[in-house]
Ligand binder design. Structure first.
Ligand SMILES: NC(=O)c1ccc[n+]([C@@H]2O[C@H](COP(=O)([O-])OP(=O)(O)OC[C@H]3O[C@@H](n4cnc5c(N)ncnc54)[C@H](OP(=O)(O)O)[C@@H]3O)[C@@H](O)[C@H]2O)c1
Length: 264
């Protein structure tokens, strides 16, 4: 499946770095609601909630056509030895209760473990049919080049990076490189964890009135207009509804330039 431009983040559902059972039912319902309303992309990782987030997603996907959903999961940086990568992926598949993951990412680089070993395991996962595509997250250009050099059949499909109106370091090198190499960019923290919206930014407010969209929709539309996918995490049905309203329209070139030139 083509990588959708908009998806659902899941950080905090079932816990953050530690398992937390408190919001399990509500999180399953929220993700199900998101799928019902048309979200097709969802981002998890084995580290989220110590695996509970993947279990939650597995329950939300139950009974749905698997091909309609694009699942991203990630192997944690402490599990990058060959055998550990295979074991981590098998654990994720079990918790997600699915035969395959659409895109499997190396969550963070780890200089202690040879990248060659990790990438070789990532390719094995494709051969076994456990994952459709492989990629990286939080990788610099030299690290992406190094990772690519160890791949014999596959190609890096994506780099998931922090990118939003307030955090734009990736524009200097990473995004340009990805564009040139045909590597998808996935923007995490696309709303800067909500901080973009807390300060009543004047430009976001004025574009919000002009387009009759909310400031969150303007901020997310700016990202997808650049060809990157965005995976905001919504904690309510209202926010999910608002976020899907980011599709089907675009900011004018002049307004994109205005946002580009602004400080957030
Ligand atoms: N690869 C990596 O290393 C990495 C790192 C960080 C995150 N991620 C992924 O990226 C996802 C998104 O990042 P994030 O969760 O850190 O930050 P985020 O999506 O930028 O921000 C989440 C915050 O935005 C608020 N929000 C969402 N939709 C909104 C709307 N329409 N209007 C107003 N506020 C809205 C949420 O509030 P409510 O809860 O009230 O809706 C929440 O407080 C994560 O969930 C995770 O899947 C990946």
């Amino acid at each position: 499946m083509h990588l959708p431009l908009l998806g659902m983040g899941t950080w905090g559902m079932g816990g953050k770095y530690e398992r937390d059972e408190n919001n399990v039912t509500e999180s399953i319902e929220l993700l199900s609601y998101g799928f019902d309303m048309g979200f097709r992309l969802v981002d998890v990782a084995e580290i989220y909630g110590e695996g509970l987030t993947e279990t939650i997603l597995g329950k939300a996907m139950k009974g749905r056509k698997r091909e309609d959903i694009f699942v991203i999961s990630k192997v944690w940086k402490e599990h990058l030895r060959y055998d550990e990568v295979l074991r981590a992926a098998e654990g994720s598949l079990k918790r997600l209760n699915t035969p395959y993951i659409d895109l499997y990412l190396v969550h963070w680089p780890n200089p202690e473990i040879p990248l060659k070993e990790t990438m070789s395991a990532m390719e094995t996962l494709i051969e076994k049919g456990f994952v459709k595509e492989i990629g990286v997250s939080n990788f610099t250009v030299p690290l992406m080049e190094e990772a690519s050099s160890y791949l014999s059949h596959a190609k890096l499909f994506a780099n998931e990076i922090e990118y939003n109106l307030a955090v734009r370091d990736a524009e200097r090198e990473v995004i340009l490189f990805c564009k040139k190499q045909g590597i998808n960019v996935i923007a995490y923290r696309p709303l800067a964890k909500g901080s973009l919206l807390s300060g009543q930014n004047a430009i976001l407010q004025s574009l919000s009135s002009k387009y009759k969209k909310t400031p969150a929709q303007v901020a997310l539309n700016w990202i997808i207009g650049k060809g990157a996918s965005a995976i905001p995490k919504a904690g309510s049905r209202e926010h999910l509804k608002e976020n899907i309203g980011v599709l089907g329209w675009h900011l004018s070139t002049e307004d994109v330039s205005l946002l580009d030139a602004s400080r957030f």
